[in-house]
Design a protein around this ligand. Structure first.
Ligand code: BGC
Length: 423
């Protein structure tokens, strides 16, 4: 998608945030008090997280790596089930741990972008009904208060909840994640509704105590387009899917007409091409399609299409909300270094084009720093800028990590065709 406009390369604005994103359960290891660990132990999930990347103990070396590769920001989640392993019990050792983690980030010049809830919850929370329990919002608000009280002054960028639509889909529709409920769209929408309400409360609580905080929730935003744009019903299917999967959440984080967001946190991976079908739930969402006129399409190991142009479209759309935007996730599941490089290059160009058009883009956090525990796919999906050797847990930077480092260090995206730096 390069286009002539970047024949001379592109300069990113000073202060742009560059880094990677992670989530506690996927990297830390031994996340024993969480609902996911319980589900893994019960045998209902095909993989066990075990020691994951052992980031719990290796976080300093991981942050050294991030810094050595030019990062100036890092997204992480604070694991609720470590901080509150039993209802109302604050685990001082866990608070101390995250205090050191945040200090370690600051010491290396890495701006923390902190998620309060990234899919996992304490086991006790899930056993009491999880997000559908009557007191779920109070429980989460209390957790939020505890984090704000202890770490408020150390955190500027906040993400309250990660991807409400994705959690609801896997937990209550496809049923491959805890609590393994299938086909309950009604409950899925209730969960999304709850997560958005949890966001609103957390937004207010953080702002009440942390001056200058920047608060959002991370939204999974695919680019959705009609299979045949000349067909009214395909266009309608794409519009409806966008309305349910993207806009509905934005609508639910409004209060008195105002969005309770300080920036839009975009997790972008792929595009969906949709065709209308006059049957069942396809009436609302359409069905994914692939037709010859779409030409050859590239997919990653999780069957997600690589479509950098979609990031540009999503950024343009988010900019219409009138808020700054931060890309809080974008990445590819592959073991093919060439494909990973092409993916990164394409998405960096999309960022450049968005900035050139005037989108207020604040930064780019790549998913992920290293290969990690990819939920129900275990370690089979490799998203890392660095490969993780599963036997030794050694991290080995991939070529894409060097490309990102070069852009982050120089603030400049060189024209297409330039060499990937070797160090
Ligand atoms: C999630 C991550 C996940 C990534 C790649 C996002 O939906 O926030 O936890 O690992 O996608 O699948």
């Amino acid at each position: 998608m390069a286009g002539q406009e970047f024949a001379e390369g592109f300069r990113f604005p000073p202060g742009f945030l560059w880094g990677a994103a992670t989530a506690a359960h996927q990297v830390e290891g031994d996340n024993r008090a969480s609902d996911w660990w319980a589900a893994e132990e019960s045998g209902r999930l095909p993989h066990r997280s075990g020691r994951a990347c052992d980031h719990l103990r290796r976080y300093e070396a991981d942050f050294d790596l991030a810094r050595a590769f030019g990062h100036n920001a890092h997204r992480l989640s604070l694991e609720w089930s470590r901080l509150e392993p039993e209802p109302g019990l604050r685990d001082e050792a866990a608070f101390g741990h995250y205090e050191r983690v945040l200090e370690a980030l600051r010491a290396r010049g890495l701006e923390p972008v902190v998620t309060l809830h990234h899919f996992t919850a304490p086991r006790w929370f899930a056993e009491r009904g999880g997000w559908l329990a009557a007191d779920a919002l109070d429980r989460f608000a209390a957790h939020c208060d505890a984090v704000v009280e202890r770490f408020g002054s150390q955190i500027r960028w906040w993400i309250t909840v990660n991807e409400p639509t994705v959690l609801a889909k896997h937990g209550w529709v496809t049923g491959d994640w805890p609590p393994f409920v299938r086909g309950r769209w009604d409950l899925a929408f209730r969960v999304i509704h709850r997560l958005c309400a949890a966001h609103r409360r957390a937004y207010r609580r953080i702002h009440a105590r942390v001056p200058g905080a920047l608060v959002s929730f991370a939204h999974s935003i695919p680019w959705i387009e009609p299979c045949d744009p000349s067909r009214t019903f395909d266009r309608l299917a794409a519009r409806l899917r966008t309305a349910f999967l993207v806009d509905w959440c934005f609508g639910r984080v409004r209060e008195a007409g105002r969005l309770l967001l300080d920036y839009v946190a975009v997790n972008y991976y792929t595009r969906s091409i949709v065709r209308w079908r006059p049957r069942g739930r396809a009436l609302l969402f359409g069905v994914d399609c692939h037709e010859p006129h779409h030409g050859p399409r590239l997919f990653d190991d999780l069957d997600q299409e690589l479509w950098p142009e979609g990031l540009l479209q999503v950024l343009r759309r988010c900019a219409r909300l009138g808020l700054p935007v931060l890309v809080t996730e974008n990445g590819i599941a592959t073991t093919d270094d060439g494909l990973r490089l092409a993916h990164l290059r394409g998405h960096l160009e999309a960022l450049a084009r968005a900035l050139a058009e005037g989108v207020e883009l604040r930064g780019y956090l790549h998913w992920s720093l290293m290969d990690n525990f990819e939920w129900a796919k275990g370690t089979t999906a490799r998203f890392g800028l660095a490969a993780t050797d599963l036997a030794t847990l050694e991290r080995r930077p991939r070529p894409a990590m060097r490309l990102l480092a070069e852009v982050a260090r120089t603030g400049r995206l060189a024209p297409t065709g330039s060499e990937v730096p070797s160090a």
